[in-house]
Design a binder for this molecule. Structure first.
Ligand SMILES: [Zn+2]
Length: 225
């Protein structure tokens, strides 16, 4: 027989599991199939479904000593120690400039500014993540609360929690993320970086290139004479 207390615990755990699944399925561009979050299996290797080209981020693994070197004390406490920063008195709570928010530990871009909303909770809130397997969701029953922890899929750093309490948003989800876990990249900086990457890749800007042979064959014939 199962004692009543165990039953309560069981139902609690089931509840968390359900909320994790709900949060997962609300993410866009994700097939609502039975597959579990990225934490479970290297799905990139399995290749069972033809459409699953899940971009598993390359893992960033560092020792505690190395993390301490690259992060501030507060960043280390929150990101690596699953801490929580103070509400309202943090960097991005009321920050609504266009751009993206990256993981402060490994630099992986996680959230877009157009999915950020003012939840009034005192921390930055997003209703979804950027497309792809950028985060992992894990049930968290610490501190006497039932929550779903959000971690960076690339470096496993703690970001915050996700709650199903935002019916005013397209997904109903509130990704409640610590400012200190994020690094904002302004849209202008992103454009600049994209330009630099294009140049690095050796691609000439499209404005100055001559018409391609397959597009205007007659023109290229004329130029040959
Ligand atoms: Zn990260």
């Amino acid at each position: 027989m199962i004692p009543p207390r165990s039953l309560t615990l069981l139902s609690v755990l089931l509840l968390i599991g359900a909320s994790v699944v709900a949060a997962q399925t609300e993410r866009p561009a994700e097939p609502a199939s039975s597959d579990k979050p990225a934490a479970n299996s290297p799905s990139a290797q399995s290749g069972t479904s033809p459409k699953s080209e899940k971009q598993q981020p390359e893992k960033v693994v560092r020792t505690e000593k190395e993390w301490r070197k690259t992060l501030t004390r507060e960043q280390f406490r929150v990101l690596r120690g699953k801490g929580t920063e103070a509400p309202f008195r943090n960097k991005y709570d009321r920050h609504f400039k266009p751009g993206t928010y990256a993981c402060a530990a490994c630099g992986q871009e996680l959230f877009a500014s157009d999915t950020k909303f003012n939840s009034g909770c005192g921390w930055p809130a997003f209703y979804t993540t950027m497309a792809g397997d950028r985060i992992n969701l894990t049930p968290d029953v610490s501190n006497g609360m039932i929550r779903t922890e959000v971690t960076c899929a690339r470096c496993d750093s703690h970001l915050g929690h996700v709650f199903r309490d935002a019916p005013q948003t397209p997904t109903g989800n509130r990704f409640c993320i610590n400012s200190v876990s994020l690094k904002f990249i302004p849209a202008s900086a992103q454009q600049k970086r994209a330009k630099q990457e294009r140049r690095k890749a050796g691609r000439k800007p499209p404005a100055e290139t001559k018409p391609e042979t397959d597009k205007g064959s007659s023109e290229s014939d004329d130029s040959g004479s």
